[in-house]
Design a protein around this ligand. Structure first.
Ligand code: UTP
Ligand code: MN
Length: 449
């Protein structure tokens, strides 16, 4: 440790501006490794402390970033953020610089030498277009998922591609040495219900949903809703409402023209769908929005608080079968697939046959799994919910930013609040909401920001 007195004499921003080789108490033992700790999110004092720790262990830790730096260490930054910072230093394209998590640094400290760099140490970067880079440089929240330059990050992308698996879980699995689906299957990891469904239907869920499939599901949802409460309405939202031809899921908003009638609707709809065999998975979250209690402030996460059902539908392939219930369409039976020449005499043959059977069954599969989001809204919030759920995500973000910055209003998928007049602005259509916001109406097909 540096004596307190000496530390005090250092300028407070020593981290960024002072090259202070005189502080190297121990000669640099690892000449191939030139470290630089990024102050961003780490903070000046922690950076200073960690830098000194490294120097005392014989590491070359630079105060100022330069051409000679080989390893950039950061904490709580994603690869894209660090890459953007590197770009601002004129080294954006440099592949020679390792972008590493602070865990590599602390482990090296513990080991007394630079430890081997493994996947989990590397910051993962998203491949982003130039336009996105431009956007990123003005707003820090464009940083989303991580993907590395060297293909190792495909691990995380596979794993986070599983329904029910977030970046945090994927990160943990990678730290435990699980890099792909096969390893996940073999690992004996305890999976929750969503992850099990995600793994089971992995291929289907990663295949884009078509507009025809979205419409077929729309008919089923409409039927479900009408069966449990006449007069209920269903609106297709999300990307398909914006005219997209494919999507990663299908989003529906359900309401009833009489306020209050929508209460208790979701469990009934879900029960109907389940009884008809349309659901492979579902998880419903309750409505937690209460205007009188929550007020106009939006939750920080941008998540709305409608009653919502995350589900996986079992959708029959082929138009003519749309209205038929899945159970009635008898999935291929062994007898249909096992041909006369497929007769097993030995265990090995049996095993082969079973494999063949599975392959044939997959190719004949007459249904596919589709992600579907069902959301129930009271009619009084319906216009806001439709606007909020139509997207695109960027369009929504900009709309809310506009409302706040330009109009001193708070917009959510539940309501619009005028902070100047201190009152809610009621609306029954999207057009009215645009008008309140002083914006020209933009139809869904032109909200593909
Ligand atoms: P999606 O994630 O389904 O996006 O959310 P999308 O535009 O339909 O695109 P794909 O084709 O499925 O990938 C639809 C909209 O719903 C809102 C978002 O604003 C998004 O634009 N949304 C989504 C919420 O308001 N809350 C949520 O929890 C999720
Ligand atoms: Mn969607």
């Amino acid at each position: 440790m540096v004596p307190l007195k000496r530390r005090k004499t250092l300028p407070s921003d020593a981290g960024n501006t002072v090259s202070d080789s005189s502080r190297h108490k121990v000669p640099n033992k690892f000449s191939q490794v030139v470290l630089f700790l990024l102050e961003r999110k780490m903070g000046a004092s922690r950076r200073f402390f960690l830098s000194q720790l490294g120097r005392n262990k014989g590491f070359q830790v630079e105060d100022v970033f330069s051409e000679s730096v080989t390893h950039v260490i950061s904490e709580n930054n994603c690869g894209t953020e660090v890459r953007t910072w590197l770009e601002s230093q004129g080294r954006g394209q440099s592949l020679r610089v390792h972008l590493l998590d602070v865990s590599w640094y602390t482990e090296s400290m513990r080991a007394g030498h630079p430890v081997e760099i493994t996947h989990r140490h590397k910051l993962q970067e998203q491949q982003i277009s130039e336009a996105e880079v431009a956007l990123f440089s003005v707003s820090s929240y464009a940083c989303q998922r991580r993907t590395t330059l060297d293909n190792h990050n495909s691990n995380l992308t596979i794993l986070t591609g599983v329904f029910g698996v977030g970046a945090k879980t994927a990160d943990r699995w990678i730290r435990e040495g699980i890099y792909n689906l096969e390893q996940l299957r073999d690992s004996g990891q305890t999976l929750n219900r969503a992850q099990k469904a995600g793994l089971e239907h992995y291929d289907d869920l990663n295949e884009p949903v078509t507009k025809a499939e979205a419409d077929a599901i729309g008919e089923i949802v409409q039927k479900a809703v009408n069966s449990v409460l006449t007069g209920s309405q269903v609106a297709l939202t999300g990307g398909f409402r914006r005219g997209k031809l494919t999507g990663h899921d299908v989003d529906f908003l359900i309401t009833h023209p009489e306020e209050g009638k929508e209460v208790g609707l979701m469990p009934k709809v879900v029960a109907w769908l389940e009884s008809q065999g349309f659901l492979l998975y579902q998880k419903t979250t309750r409505n937690s929005y209460l205007e009188s209690k929550d007020g106009p402030a939006r939750p920080a996460s941008n998540m709305d608080r409608f009653e919502r059902c995350f589900s996986i539908f079992k959708l029959t392939k082929g138009k003519e079968q749309e209205s038929t219930q899945p159970e009635e369409q008898n999935d291929l039976k062994t007898k249909d697939v096992l041909r006369p020449h497929m007769q097993a005499d030995t265990d090995q043959q049996l095993c082969e046959l079973s494999k063949n059977y599975q392959m044939e069954a997959a190719s004949h599969k007459i249904w596919r799994a589709v992600r579907v989001d069902l959301v129930v809204s009271p009619i009084s919030q319906f216009a806001f919910a439709v606007l909020g759920w139509t997207g695109s995500k960027l369009f929504e973000r900009e709309l809310r930013r506009w409302a706040g910055h330009e109009k001193n209003m708070s917009l959510s998928s539940h309501a619009l609040f005028d902070n100047t007049q201190n009152k809610y602005l009621r609306a029954t259509s999207e057009e009215e909401i645009f008008a309140y916001l002083g914006l020209e109406y933009i139809p869904p097909s032109e909200r593909n920001a």
